[in-house]
Design a protein around this ligand. Sequence first.
Ligand code: 5GP
Length: 201
Amino acid sequence: MKNGSPPPGKLIIFTAPSGAGKTTIVRHLLQVFPELAFSVSATTRAPRPHEEEGRDYYFLSAERFQQRIAEGAFVEWEEVYPGRYYGTLHEELERLWKRGKSIIFDIEVKGATRLKKAYPTNSLAIFVKPPSKETLFERLRNRATEDAESLHRRMERAEEELGYENNFDYILVNNRLPETLEEAERVVGHFLSHHHGGPHH
Ligand code: 5GP
């Protein structure tokens, strides 16, 4: 940790195989717990309609992203899709901890594994899992944007990602959304009120 940095606060890391529905859960928790703030990642992908710089992502050029990697500015980064980079900036964590927030993340499994390793004692890492492989594939198929080839790639990737569940503190099976949201509230609420920086069990 650099001089002058605020002491690290808490991290709540949500991760999942693509298609398991973690974004809905993270949005819900941000509404329930005012002490949470969303970690805004950097990315080289283009903004979607309605996305805002600094709220949804920090949108960087490929050159700028590489420069930030070289500077050591990232806690973790991944090439999530070919040529599309995503990463968590040290300065983003510092910004939110300075405001007294606990930070909530929505990131893919490899980056989440790295983040958990970087902050093993003050983080809760939750793996959101679909009830079955079939459900996951079904959800991917129903995302209308997928062409056949990218669907196949996503399925392969999702299958590989299912193998990562043991890297995390808690496995949340996303069967029926209302119950999943309730369980997420309970687990996160407990971590926020009872956990004071020791190792998490
Ligand atoms: P999208 O382009 O749909 O916003 O995100 C694509 C994937 O990248 C999602 O699984 C999302 O969770 C993940 N992602 C977003 N930000 C980060 C990040 O900072 N690091 C990593 N490793 N993955 C991220």
